[in-house]
Design a protein around this ligand. Sequence first.
Ligand code: C5P
Length: 219
Amino acid sequence: MQIAIDGPAGSGKSTIAKLVAHKLGYIYCDTGAMYRTVTVMALRLGIDLGDEAAIMDQLKQLDIRFVPSADGQKVLMNGTDVTLAIRQPETTNNVSQVSALPKVREDLVQRQRDIAAQNDIVMDGRDIGTTVLPNAEVKVFMIASVEARAIRRHKENVEKGIMTPIAKLEEEIAERDRKDSTRAVSPLRKAEDAVEIDSTKMTIDEEVAEIIALVPKHS
Ligand code: C5P
């Protein structure tokens, strides 16, 4: 069983995807964390983010691993914990440049398909329903107003000690949406057979219930 959840930055995908996976006993795969990890790798190595060949040289040897932790999942980059680093503003504001590189996408999409081949899975991202898992049994496209998404992101950030003001977050989110939706390869877009859920005025429980109701046997 494959559940694909796509949507723009801060639409609440990962919170909902984690809960749905937990309720159903499926694996959860956060594909955004993979693009973020590649971005951290390039920034740490001082590689120009437009230099696809140099990034690919390093990516070929890069191990990205999700491991369970007390508060969810840790992300390991060649064994180093990058769970916090991938959420820092420097990473967030550069990830769209890295994720637009076709060879980076090809490499990560293959890794994502390999993970999905072995498990019942909930996978979230931008191109899961359109490209990574086009045959997913359940496809969801989550949207929310930019304002609601900035408020949500602000709350998460404050818990991590990141203090970017809401107005600045609104700008950053709108800019990331623009870049993710207009790139040449696998832009963010709703799959034709995806169910759209607008989370602006829904509670988390309502969203989780709506998705679980789409899963055969659980409806
Ligand atoms: O989901 P999250 O906001 O963590 O994703 C970070 C970035 O990774 C997105 O803004 C996008 O540029 C990229 N991404 C992508 N395709 C995916 C998941 C994320 O291009 N499947």
